[in-house]
Design a binder for this molecule. Sequence first.
Ligand SMILES: Cc1cc2nc3c(=O)[nH]c(=O)nc-3n(C[C@H](O)[C@H](O)[C@H](O)COP(=O)(O)OP(=O)(O)OC[C@H]3O[C@@H](n4cnc5c(N)ncnc54)[C@H](O)[C@@H]3O)c2cc1C
Length: 486
Amino acid sequence: MATYDFDMGIIGAGSAGLTVAAGSAKFGAKTLLVEKDRMGGDCLHYGCVPSKTLIRTARVRHLMKNAPKFGLPAAALPPVDFREVRESILSVIGAIQKYDSPQRFCDLGVRVDFGIPVFTDEHSILLEGKTVSAKSWIIATGSSPSIPNIEGLAETPFMTNRDIFYLDALPPSLIMIGGGPVSIEMAQAFRRLGSQVTVVQLAGQILEQEDRDMADEVMNALAADGVRFCLNASVVRVGNNSGLREVTIMTKDGVEQALRAEALFVAVGRVANLEDLGLGQIGISYDRKGLKLDTRLRTTCRNIYGAGDVTGSYLFTHAAGYEGGIALSNAILRLPRKVDYRYLPWCTYTDPELAGIGMNETRARQAGIAYSVLSESFQGNDRALADRVPEGRIKLLLDNHGKPIGVQILGAHAGELMAEWTAYFSGGMKLYSLAGAVHPYPTLAEISKRVAGNALSEKIFSDRVKKTLRFFFNLRGRADCGASES
Ligand SMILES: Cc1cc2nc3c(=O)[nH]c(=O)nc-3n(C[C@H](O)[C@H](O)[C@H](O)COP(=O)(O)OP(=O)(O)OC[C@H]3O[C@@H](n4cnc5c(N)ncnc54)[C@H](O)[C@@H]3O)c2cc1C
């Protein structure tokens, strides 16, 4: 039997790679983790962590600005010094980085090497001039911002998620190309910090994966903050004009318009980081979006797996962790586990947040699934009113047997509220368990109990049930409210 230096080799120490490395070592596999840059990946340094920290900072400023709404005196709002914001972001990254450090992984029993590996055969890589082999490999090299082919972009300074958290100063004005979650989250945060923000979006709605009604409510919330939107607008060219970035857009009716701002941010999708790995020479198929994988996350070389953004499927940290676990079970435990994305939740961290799981109306229509929708507004939730966050609602999609197939929540803490539905769907719970569970009052989570209760009430309070109760218990029906007597 062939022997290898390691049982498991992992390339990329980000969300997927770190999950796999820790799990692999815990199973007792001799594990190598190879990273070309810093441990922690995009999520820690250029993605989830800095963006959520920035969003929180921007929200605090927004609350200060709105102090009178809470019965407080108006607060002074001096301009933002972005260097201070940057320090605060770095301090949060620093706190998390400790858990992603080479030392911690070394203590877990993982060998961590730095460099750019190149596959020489399906079991071996060349790393810093040395050949290292492993029985199984997991490619977890993540993704990078996709740079669109726009005239003049190469000659015009622009930012991506790699720069925007580390600025020296807040840009007085900012044009964002792209209307996906990354761009929309940053648009609101920078607007709330004091930048004038314009979002240019090719499609007729922002957050294209979402139902139009929910995405429009997010857009209206950002517009209320002062973000300007150009929808159905294609970028014709970009350039510099008197020290400003100039973006020429064409609207749906063919009219050209020039937008100008101090800074330009591009977020129009992602490209998998697969180019430097020598995958072609060992026959692994991939394209710009990601690796060609089967449902067990195996590449066209059966001992090499993919996890995280390189799958090109769901570009989230929690998806990366989930896929890492699937790849690990297949590679180490030889358990033929398959990925199942049906109940993978997601959340866009705007204010209000927009979170979802399972089917939304757009997906159900695309899949040809008949559905009905039950909706409940946060206007009817006492905690939302007390917190002064009455915006938004929950949408529960039911199939034609009345079984839930998806949930979207637009509102404060929607991402947190999704936890209950994640447990519901992944645990195969019954709707009456959710509807019957006692929730603390007053909480935003009561909205989930209420919509679940509404889904059941049609059955529970049907005319047939009422007739039966009347028969058995001699109930006498509706009371006269007395209005006609007064
Ligand atoms: C602005 C922004 C905000 C985001 N917010 C969220 C959020 O709130 N929630 C969420 O779930 N997701 C969020 N994401 C997505 C999330 O960051 C990614 O889905 C996640 O980081 C993917 O994990 P990964 O392990 O595939 O890649 P990464 O975490 O990026 O890790 C890949 C690692 O591989 C290394 N690498 C690359 N090439 C090589 C090579 N050739 N050799 C060796 N090492 C290599 C990289 O240096 C990196 O360390 C956000 C993304 C962005 C851009």
